[in-house]
Write a protein that binds this ligand. Structure first.
Ligand code: ADP
Ligand code: MG
Length: 676
């Protein structure tokens, strides 16, 4: 769609400067990008229910004939109500609209419409207030719902989308060549875009999804293969073959079998003919840092420098503290690089790093700064890598000549998916926890038992411990019966009078977040109210309780990450899931979590239950921004795309694949390391 990607969003009717800005914020600066903004859900208008069968307090769609002209009533506060009655022949439904003076013109007596809204009132007298409606006959069976924002409704997006679709040239350049589409039975691009936005049937929607998921995944896989193939073939930083026993002597504990295996594999890479590109996946607490330390040590023995990048200042500090204590006595000079460091110190360290006097640089994004230069960077490690993009990884690597690369991820991902998501890396797995770990007792309760959970927490607080309390929302949201931090703050201050409470969420500035986290690490904050931002590898051994509200909202892997924040010290720890879910599937999913400790088993269950989309959706990866997340629930399509990528890759330069190359470039464009 080269032409539509060149067409600014403001060119569409009804999109001016102001809305244009909103579209840009949503990630659609051009008509082409707009078309790639897929619906987040679909409303089903295709099967209206008899009025008498609609469920109270649930959303329903009914067909109704207007019995009388909507009547206007003025009420307090300058509000105007419009009321009318509709019937489906058997039952009546009372409708109320607020402050919409067009209603009497839009709803005509004797005409039939479809109405969609929440059913209220009583079984004898059902009502809807401000339902959406459309004349019968004009209604589409399936209506797309877009991620709206303030000032830009799903309906407005719909209308822009219709225009953009009409602009799609008849012969749109399809990134998938016809031969391939025919072979695999995939829809053409134009058809798929039409089908994803305005499907006529569920079948059409399924065909469109399959095609778009396949395409995006193919593009991603080809991009990863390209990165892999573009790497230096020569290992400029070889280390001696074999397990580094001298390093193991430095440790205060014996390595687990899994750690020894991962170290051996990684050293094998570093001793091999090409630079290492390896991912270590390890459950929380499996001891990834010791593996990283072994490799830094091995690099330092050969006179190479190493860099370790963590996503937050706190994590960087934690790594610095443990690695310098461990490696310092072994003669490895370490230094910490963060944004908050005083300038003079930073300059001094930069000079020592450039001169090769520092062998291990540990830090945050500050390491990416142009001023940070190495004498001979031989090893790059990124921790909790789902917070870093592929591009940041390679930006750090760019500070050396083909350094070895190690990515550490704390998110257990089923092997099949890991191969898809990290197609450019080899994988080691730490599937064993160090001995003597406290099991975290996990409980599943409903909200009426919350008070009892609070007394349990109170006892732990009195014993000197700390707790995390996690809510899904920051502030109340209409129509969602989910717990918000705002509301919880009140609940908590009543339940724990006088306890120092801190709040942490993603909308806070980084510096504020770090301050709160630091106070929690120090113990000045005893109860930390947070959204899932606490998920990322913080280590506060004194925190013994993790309570999660609306636990049904999270994927099991995400719950596992949260649970991993406790049970890190010598204290007995607990994870309490609060849910008011009644749905049997949801409950059995949560029970499975309660009864399982192994992160990989949990991830496997998540994959089976919720499909791969969840793993891509959680943004726990460094991949370019994907649109498939909400759609990908079909593993088979992903595997098919992977096989296809392997097959096509050697022929990618042929003319037939020109549009496909364009898409790959677009997906990876920010990183500009993919040059096709
Ligand atoms: P993660 O894999 O979550 O990053 P860490 O590397 O932070 O885990 O290790 C968690 C804790 O376990 C640390 O305190 C570390 O010192 C300790 N540890 C690591 N390996 C072992 C081991 N083999 N035996 C005992 N303790 C270990
Ligand atoms: Mg860690």
């Amino acid at each position: 769609m080269p032409s539509l990607y060149g067409m600014e969003i403001e060119k569409l009717k009804g999109v001016g400067e102001k809305r244009g800005r909103l579209y840009r914020k949503l990630g659609a600066p051009t008509a082409g990008d707009l078309l790639r903004m897929y619906p987040r859900a679909y409303e089903d208008w295709g099967s209206p229910q008899p009025i008498g069968e609609t469920l109270l307090n649930e959303t329903g769609v009914v067909r109704g004939t207007v019995l009388r002209k909507p009547r206007e009533t003025r009420i307090r506060g300058g509000m105007t109500l419009y009321k009318t009655l509709v019937t489906d022949g058997a039952e009546d439904l009372q409708l109320t609209f607020f402050n919409n003076r067009y209603i009497p013109m839009l709803l005509r007596e004797g005409e039939t419409y479809l109405f969609r809204g929440r059913v209220t009132g009583s079984l004898l007298r059902r009502e809807m207030s401000s339902p959406e409606f459309i004349a019968e006959g004009k209604a589409k069976a399936i209506v797309p719902v877009y991620p709206a924002t303030q000032g830009l409704t799903s309906r407005m997006i719909c209308s822009a989308m219709e225009q953009a679709l009409r602009l799609l040239p008849e012969q749109v350049q399809d990134p998938l060549p016809e031969s391939l589409r025919e072979e695999l039975g995939l829809a053409g691009l134009g058809e798929a875009l039409q089908g994803i936005h305005f499907p006529q049937s569920k079948e059409e929607l399924a065909l469109a999804k399959r095609r778009l998921v396949f395409e995006e995944f193919l593009v991603l896989q080809l991009g990863l293969l390209h990165m892999k193939s573009g790497r230096s073939a020569e290992n400029l930083h070889p280390v001696p073959e074999g397990f580094p026993e001298a390093f193991a002597q430095l440790l205060p504990f014996a390595l687990t079998g899994a750690q020894r295996r991962a170290i051996t594999q990684a050293i094998g890479d570093m001793a091999g003919p090409a630079p290492m590109n390896r991912l270590i996946q390890g459950d929380v607490g499996s001891g990834k840092t010791a593996v990283a330390a072994a490799l830094c040590w091995a690099a330092a023995q050969q006179g190479y420098q190493a860099a370790l990048m963590a996503p937050t200042e706190i994590l960087a500090q934690q790594h610095f503290a443990s690695l310098s204590a461990l490696l310092g006595p072994g003669g490895v000079r370490c230094a910490l690089f963060t944004g908050s460091m005083p300038l003079a110190q930073r300059r001094e360290q930069q000079a020592r790093l450039a001169a090769g006097e520092i062998q291990l640089a540990i830090g945050t994004h500050a390491l990416l700064s142009e001023k940070v230069a190495f004498r001979d960077l031989g090893l790059v490690i990124t921790d909790e890598q789902h917070r870093f993009g592929v591009n940041q990884r390679s930006a750090l690597a760019g500070k050396g000549a083909a350094p070895h690369l190690l990515v550490m991820s704390a998110t257990p991902i089923p092997r099949t998916l890991a191969l898809l998501m990290y197609g450019d890396l080899d994988i080691s797995i730490l599937d064993e926890l160090p001995p003597g770990r406290q099991a975290v007792s996990t409980y599943l309760i409903d909200p009426p038992k919350r008070q009892r959970a609070f007394s349990y927490i109170q006892k732990h607080l009195e014993a000197g411990r700390q707790a995390y309390l996690v809510c899904p929302l920051i502030t109340e949201e209409d129509g969602l019966s989910l717990m918000s931090l705002e509301k919880y703050r009140d609940i908590v201050s009543r339940a724990f009078p006088g306890a120092p409470v801190g709040v942490l969420h993603g909308k806070m500035k980084n510096s504020e977040k770090e301050q709160v986290m630091e106070a929690f690490v120090k113990g000045d904050i005893r109860l930390l109210l947070a959204t899932t931002v606490v998920e990322v590898g913080v280590d506060v051994p004194n925190a013994a309780i993790m309570l999660i509200e609306n636990a049904e909202r999270y994927g099991l892997s995400q719950l596992h990450q949260l649970r991993g924040r406790v049970g890190r010290g010598k204290h007995k720890s607990a994870c309490i899931l609060v849910t008011d879910a009644q749905n049997e599937d949801t409950l059995s999913r949560l029970r499975l979590f309660r009864d399982t400790r192994d992160g990989f088993k949990i991830a496997d269950a998540d994959l089976k239950l919720r499909g791969p989309g969840d793993f891509f959706g959680a943004r726990q990866h460094g991949l370019p921004q994907l649109k498939i997340a909400d759609m990908a629930n079909d593993m088979e399509t992903l595997l098919q795309a992977q096989r296809c990528a392997q097959e096509i890759f050697p022929r990618l330069s042929e003319p037939e694949y020109r549009p496909l190359r364009g898409e790959i470039r677009r997906l990876f464009q920010d990183g500009n390391q993919v040059v096709l």
